[in-house]
Design a protein around this ligand. Structure first.
Ligand code: N01
Length: 493
């Protein structure tokens, strides 16, 4: 029996939309995008906290084939990115492919049929020849289990589940965490709150952002001469690649980055004690480097304090820190990040002989070949799968590289005919992952800090240990020899 669609994509965030655009470009129109929410946008739909913006410049953090000449700033805010995604889905006629409120809970490869059967939360089944998982790595909020939280009489929530009804004006607020989300929330609520307590466990490395408005003339030039924006995109891309060297072994560049960041800290924070608390004691880049020009100056305000003593427990009135001080609070914002490295997919993915991807990855740590295909799970590809993350450049470049590969993979599946399926060789996956892990040991991420890049067993399952040009090269040409062709068993009727 023929499946309902040639390709099924789970998730209509950036990854799913890049996949859809690539399929269209390759002339493949038989695809469906399952989206569990009532709206597209993924992380850019979910994260609505004040100041939410991207730290990759817009000319690069957008689809190469669908430029936008009207971006307002060099770094776009969440509302603008979300509206760009919606606009692209209309302009590129993706809407007819998108099934909203379709929360896929299970996907099973049917060997006899040689296709995937997906089931959504309502029990609706859809069969697809190839399944692409575009679930996004940063959508499972991490809320630490802190003593006494249930006794706390104030309001609390996670940055990615921002309470739209919460007005911080005139309130005593604490932000727990000092990662990428926190450094955007903090300067944006500080001017309106009564008092802001920033609770830091580990100081982050913060570098310049240099955001600026894109003027009308510039926009008009981009509109009339798209090549100018294309040039800007390339320029930003190569600068980012250059800085990427600091993460993968170039010690001089790494030291220059650290020196620049410390100088920025010295220039922007007046109080010496606060400066000391904000000074990181690990190699720059080990945790994600944060770009901000308004985070440090926030600590010069009279209504903001940095608390680095560690949380003992919540009380009914606030938070008691390890120095015995009780911070009286009306609200607490958990900017405590996400569970990412365990890649605990919320879909039950069942491959050959009943193998379960979630269970396997729990045991071995998430792994795939080129971060994309997985042995034992034929005709499946994971967008932004294991070890495809970056600390230095646009993640969209990685997804586009994956799609170059996946399009060829789909062609190969089609050529192998209805009587067979193709499955990645286990040995190929094993060798690839050994190499990736060995390379990671030489990078800044193995220099000793604790970050969300590592899974609960201390294995880095999230980051690619090279430059994006290298990944593009690795994914440019699909090699059918790393797959085995398996005749599908006869269908028992
Ligand atoms: O999360 P994080 P995030 N007690 O994991 C602290 C992307 N992103 O949401 O460092 C006290 O970075 C934790 O402390 P420590 C981007 O890829 C991008 O901010 O573990 N503190 C840390 O300070 C980013 O990397 C953008 O010691 C606790 C913080 O919480 C990723 O999302 C914007 C704690 C978590 O920081 C995640 O960023 C936003 C505890 N028990 C996000 N537990 C842009 O593009 C945790 N922490 C700009």
């Amino acid at each position: 029996m023929k499946p309902d669609f040639e390709v099924g994509i789970v998730g209509a965030g950036f990854a799913g939309l890049v996949a859809a655009l690539s399929l269209k470009k390759a002339g493949k129109e038989s695809f469906v995008i399952f989206e569990r929410a009532g709206e597209i946008g993924g992380t850019w739909r979910d994260n609505i906290y004040p100041g939410c913006a991207c730290d990759v410049a817009v000319h690069l953090y957008s689809f190469g084939a669908v430029p936008n000449a009207r971006w307002s700033n060099l770094y776009a805010g969440q509302p603008e990115i979300l509206s760009y995604l919606k606009d692209v889905s209309v302009r590129c006629e993706l809407q007819k492919h998108i099934r909203l409120n379709s929360d896929i809970v299970a996907a099973k490869f049917l060997e006899e049929e040689s296709y995937w059967l997906t089931t959504d939360r309502m029990g609706r089944e859809t069969s697809v020849s190839v399944l692409l998982l575009g679930l996004g790595p940063l959508n499972r909020p991490f809320l630490p289990s802190l003593k006494g939280l249930n006794e706390f009489g104030g309001h609390y929530f996670h940055t990615s589940q921002w309470d739209r009804n919460f007005d911080p004006t005139g309130k005593r607020v604490a932000v727990i965490g000092t990662g990428a989300s926190a450094i955007q929330v903090v300067p944006n609520i500080a001017p309106v709150v009564k008092y802001l307590t920033v609770i830091q466990r580990t100081p982050a490395w913060v570098t310049h952002r240099f955001d600026k408005k894109i003027g009308k003339t510039c926009k008009d030039v981009y509109q009339r001469f798209p090549v100018a924006q294309r040039f800007k995109r390339e320029f930003i891309y190569w600068i980012n690649e250059l800085f990427g060297l600091a993460f993968i072994g170039n010690k001089t560049l790494n030291k220059v980055m650290a020196w620049t960041a410390l100088r920025k800290l010295r220039n922007e924070v007046k109080d010496a004690t606060t400066r000391k608390k904000l000074t990181p004691a690990y190699t720059i880049g080990c945790k994600r480097i944060l770009k901000s020009d308004d985070y440090y100056p926030t600590f010069n305000r009279d209504n903001v304090s940095l608390v680095a003593e560690g949380i003992d427990r919540f009380t009914q009135l606030g938070i008691l820190t390890n120095d015995g001080k009780e911070h009286l609070l009306d609200a607490v914002i958990f900017a405590t990040g996400f569970v990412a490295a365990d890649l605990d997919l919320y879909i039950n993915v069942v491959g050959l002989q009943g193998r379960n991807l979630v269970d396997e990855w729990k045991t071995t740590g998430a792994q795939a070949y080129l971060g994309t295909t997985v042995a034992g799970y034929p005709h499946l590809a994971v967008l932004l799968g294991p070890n495809t993350g970056l600390g230095h450049n646009s993640i969209l470049h990685m997804i586009e590289s994956q799609m170059n590969y996946i399009i060829q993979y789909i062609d190969c599946i089609e050529k192998s005919g209805a009587e067979a399926y193709i499955d990645l060789k286990e040995s190929v996956q094993h060798v690839y992952n050994e190499r990736i892990q060995a390379q990671l040991k030489k990078t800044v991420w193995a220099s000793g800090c604790k970050s969300w890049y590592m899974n609960s067993n201390g294995k880095n399952t999230t980051l690619y240990p090279g430059l994006t040009v290298t990944f593009r090269k690795e994914t440019r040409k699909f090699d059918p020899r790393v797959y085995q062709k398996v005749r599908r068993p006869a269908l028992v009727l």
